[in-house]
Structures are given as C-alpha cells and as structure tokens.
Design a protein around this ligand. Structure first.
Ligand code: DAH
Length: 346
C-alpha cells in the first residue's frame, strides 16, 4: 500500500496541465468524490492493524500534497491567462459616484429627528382613505369645500350629491392618521406621522397634486396651548437656527379649537424684510391648534379627561425655505443636475 501511495505521489508531482480543462480532469481524477485518493481511504479499512498508523499518515499527506498542487496550478494558470489576454490588472478602477438623498427625505428625516428627541414616535396611515378618516371624524361639515371634487381625488363615491363616510379617496392631508391613532390607542399619545398627500390641483411652480406633510399629535391630561407653543418653538430653533423667532396667528381648521398658523422669522433676512418673505419678515410654515373636543369624541377619547394639540406642516415648503428651491416641480422631475446638489447633506 505504501508503495502504491508513493507511486501516486510521483505521478502527481510530475503533472503539468496545459489548459484549465486538463487541471479540472486532474482534480476529478485525484480529489473527486470517486477519485483515487478517496478510494485509498476506503481501502484503508483492509490495512492490517500494525500498518494502520503509517498508511493513514501517508494517505493524509498525499491528500494535502494533491490539494496544494491543485491550488498552485490553478493560480499559475490564471496568471498565464491574464497575461496572455493583455489585461492590466494594476490599472485604477472606474470611480463610481455615490447617490444623494432626495431633499424631501433629508428634510423629513430632520423633522423626525427633532420630534423624536422630544419623545414623539412615528406612525403611518394609508394613502387611500375613506371620507370618515379624512373629513367627517375631523369635524368637517358635510358641505365643507375641501370635500369638493375640485380638491379631492375620489376613488369611489356612494352618491354624486352628498358625501358619505364610506366614500373612498386619496387623503388630502395626513391629519387622517391622527384619527387612526386615536381610534386604536389610549392616551397618552405622542406621535408624528410623515406621509404623502394628494390634492386635485393644476401643477405649477407653487402647487402640485402630490406633496408631503408631517402631522403631529399629543394627547394627555392637562395638555395646554402653552405646551404646543413651547414644542413648536423648540422645533423652529432646531430646524432653522437658535435665533429663529416664532409667532402664532389665529386661524381656522375644523379639527382644532382654537387654531393657529405659525410663522418663523424669515430664514433669509432674519426678519428685516426681503423678497422671500415679501418684506414682512415672517414665513408661514405650519397649521396647529388644540384638538377639537368633537374630534376626540368621534375617535373614542374621553374629552372631559383629555386634551391635546395637533399640528401639520408641508415638507416641500420647509425644504424650499431651507434650500431656497423656487419651483415645486423640481422635486418630482428627478433631474440628476438638481438631485446631485444634495450629495453632501444627509
Ligand atoms: N391638515 C392641515 C392642512 O392640510 C394642516 C393642519 C392644520 C394639521 C392644523 C393640523 C392642525 O394637525 O392642527 O392644511
């Protein structure tokens, strides 16, 4: 047996393949499942006990020798092939440019970051909604103009003459997520809901039929307007800088009472007056207010025990102010020249 092994070893030592095919045949012949070395291992059973140690060692060494030889031959063949192909493997690779985040994603992530530092969690709701979640439960009267065909993309209407809570539509604001959260969870609730919304608008530099909002909602015992104001001031200074001032102007939304719109001191002229703020020194950035007790009630929350505030802002608008983008259509055109400018931001 030892003689046989040493003959095989000599054979292997002398082998020199001319092609990768010949090398593959070598592998199959010696190292394959039905190869010579495997069959030596099965013959090993019949070796007398006294010889087992030396024969066993010899077969193992042979196997290592064959495997090493195969590896080395493979490398040699590969470099021969590369050399004869004329490829220059030392040439530097073609650089590839990393992608950039979309400005809307950058601003959305920034808003989420600021509110999560205050303990708000993120929630999402469906883009295809029913009238109940987008309008009725948010205290919109049946004849409110926002429900009109002119503003809302309807998917299914039960009747042409009057709206019904079962009508199916594309949500016109993320306030619908407030309703879903209040229906499904018990206070305290502290959540923000970023998402895409749809309105039937002609596309121009200042209007689009698709845009994005972030909705905020905080419900607990004794939540006050002062809490809302302090939270929004924190948001504004984090987003636009420490020196930013805010002002709240009385407004109207069906789902909040009282309601307000919030302005920040102009991010361009810091309040002195310029063409971006139309020489007022202020820029409007969001709507807010105390959740109307009727809304709490229609979402199953005890309005004697709990109060809350809500706010909603447009991501496109904030990104326009932050990056001085002057046309809404740029966000959706996917022009590389526009998108590449945001490569350094996260
Ligand atoms: N849903 C309003 C809109 O789309 C924005 C808004 C205003 C949301 C006031 C709120 C709020 O939560 O309290 O214009």
């Amino acid at each position: 047996m030892l003689n046989k092994i040493s003959d095989i070893e000599k054979e292997i030592a002398l082998f020199l393949p001319k092609s990768s095919e010949a090398l593959e045949n070598f592998r199959i012949k010696y190292l394959g499942k039905k190869g010579i070395i495997t069959s030596l291992f099965s013959d090993f059973r019949n070796v007398p006990a006294v010889d087992k140690k030396s024969v066993g060692q010899a077969i193992n060494n042979l196997k290592i020798f064959a495997s090493e030889k195969y590896k080395q031959l493979k490398l040699d063949l590969y470099s021969d092939e590369v050399e004869s192909s004329g490829l220059d493997l030392s040439r530097p690779g073609t650089p590839f440019s990393p992608g950039a985040r979309h400005p809307l994603s950058i601003v959305r992530n920034e808003i989420i970051g600021i509110f999560s530092r205050l303990g708000f969690i993120i929630s999402e709701g469906p883009e295809i909604e029913d009238d109940g979640h987008v309008f009725s439960k948010l205290n919109f009267p049946p004849d409110h103009p926002a429900r009109d065909m002119q503003d809302t993309f309807f998917i299914h209407r039960n009747s042409d003459d009057e709206s019904s809570p079962e009508d199916i539509l594309l949500r016109t604001h993320t306030s619908s997520v407030q309703v879903r959260i209040m229906e499904g969870e018990k206070p305290p609730i502290r959540t923000i809901s970023p998402g895409r919304v749809f309105r039937n608008e002609a596309i121009s530099a200042r209007a689009h039929c698709i845009f994005h909002q972030v909705e905020g909602l905080y419900i607990d015992e004794n939540v006050s307007f002062a809490d809302l104001k302090q939270t929004l001031l924190f948001f504004a200074t984090e987003m636009f800088g420490k020196k930013t001032r805010i002002r709240l102007r009385p407004s109207y939304f069906p789902f909040t009472e009282p309601s307000a719109e919030m302005d920040v001191s102009c991010t361009i002229c810091s309040g002195k007056g310029c063409n971006v703020c139309k020489y007022t020194g202020w820029l409007e950035i969001l709507g807010c207010g105390m959740v109307d007790p009727n809304v709490l009630d229609s979402c199953g929350i005890n309005n004697k025990k709990y109060t809350g505030y809500a706010f909603g802002m447009g991501i496109e608008r904030l990104a326009m102010l932050k990056y001085r983008i002057n046309d809404l259509r740029l966000y959706f055109e996917n022009d590389i020249k526009f998108l590449e400018q945001f490569r350094s931001a996260f």
